[in-house]
Design a binder for this molecule. Structure first.
Ligand code: ADP
Ligand code: MG
Length: 314
């Protein structure tokens, strides 16, 4: 029998825990704790592709570039994303290899630096909304706009401005065939980290573009592209809720695709947090996926086995 294939998306809290100081040794500790459930899935024989967010890390990378201006060469955001796929991918791979080795589980692990195609005419490029990097006084902001062609917007509740970049819709993974083949061969693949390196294609030529892709949307596209049965989105809540954080909050064990779309349109899932996860679920199920599970990192294994989390089916 063909082994079950799942794409697992790790949320921001998998690597950076807000209760611990953010440094590399602590990121290793957090990653090790976060991967407990994943190890059990590997032990159960799942074929897995993992992906991860990079929010705090890419913010710091951009900050370093800005602080080093004039001393070290400028790095575009797509290079920061590519660098972090390597750095964060290395961390996850090493933690997985050490754990698998300790348990005597023989599975290979590899990181695939992943480019994700976007449309340069995506409507988000016209009016980008994703804030990135430092805060600037209006005069500084003006000169950066001229020098680098950046778009800058006032940050809500602040007099100063910040750079904004687009968050275009991911269309497909450039390395999808490689990822699919590796996953089918039983390799645990870490791919499309940070939502992937955004690229556009002009007359057959790929080119990086400064933008950030939502990691949940990218996970959904990866799950579709490698024909996974299951998409697992791990975050900081155990279940998806209606009326979230209100006295009338109701946690959901299950919902159908139709219900997910209805609750989304009713405003239960805000943009920038639960919204993209539900959209990712809807897109994957519409593209032929069988099941989506949303749960916490701690409950990953229980959720995949139907004992926790929110399950979404067509
Ligand atoms: P991640 O880094 O995992 O993508 P996000 O912060 O982007 O995490 O999204 C997860 C958060 O969404 C949860 O921690 C929770 O606070 C919030 N959230 C918003 N609406 C809901 C909802 N309806 N049900 C559950 N969580 C919700
Ligand atoms: Mg998020």
């Amino acid at each position: 029998m063909k082994k079950k294939t799942a794409v697992v998306a790790l949320g921001g809290n998998a690597i950076t825990d807000k209760d611990r100081e953010d440094n590399i040794p602590n990121q290793f500790i957090n990653t090790e704790i976060s991967l407990e459930g994943i190890i059990k899935l590997i032990d159960d024989g799942y074929n897995l592709a993992l992906t991860h967010g990079n929010g705090p890390q890419v913010g710091n990378a951009v900050l370093r570039v800005e602080l080093a201006r004039g001393k070290a060469p400028e790095l575009p955001i797509f290079i920061c994303v590519a660098d972090l796929q390597g750095g964060m991918g290395y961390m996850i791979e090493q933690v997985l290899r050490n754990k698998l080795n300790k348990l005597g589980i023989s599975r290979d692990v590899a990181v695939v630096v992943t480019q994700v195609m976007v449309d340069e005419n995506d409507e988000d490029f016209a009016d980008p909304t994703k804030f990135i990097g430092q805060f600037y006084e209006p005069e500084q902001a003006e000169s950066l706009k001229k020098e680098f062609g950046w778009k800058m917007k006032p940050f809500p509740g602040d007099q100063r401005l910040r750079r904004v970049v687009a968050s275009p819709k991911p269309l497909c993974l450039i390395e999808k065939n490689v990822i699919k083949r590796l996953v089918e061969a039983g390799v645990v693949v870490i791919a499309a980290g940070g939502g992937g390196i955004p690229v556009i294609k002009h007359q057959g030529v790929l080119k990086g573009i400064d933008a950030v892709i939502d990691k949940d949307r990218a996970a959904s596209v990866m799950a579709r592209d490698i024909e996974a049965e299951l998409l697992v989105i791990l975050t900081s809540v155990e279940k998806v809720a209606l009326n979230y954080s209100k006295p009338t909050q109701r946690d959901l064990d299950k919902m159908t695709l139709a219900e997910a779309e209805r609750y989304l349109s009713e405003g239960h899932f805000p943009p920038g947090s639960m919204g993209p996860k539900i959209e990712a679920a809807v897109d994957f199920l519409k593209a032929g996926g069988s099941k989506v599970i949303i749960s916490s990192i701690e409950k990953a294994y229980e959720a995949v086995n139907g004992r926790a989390g929110t399950t979404i089916v067509a």
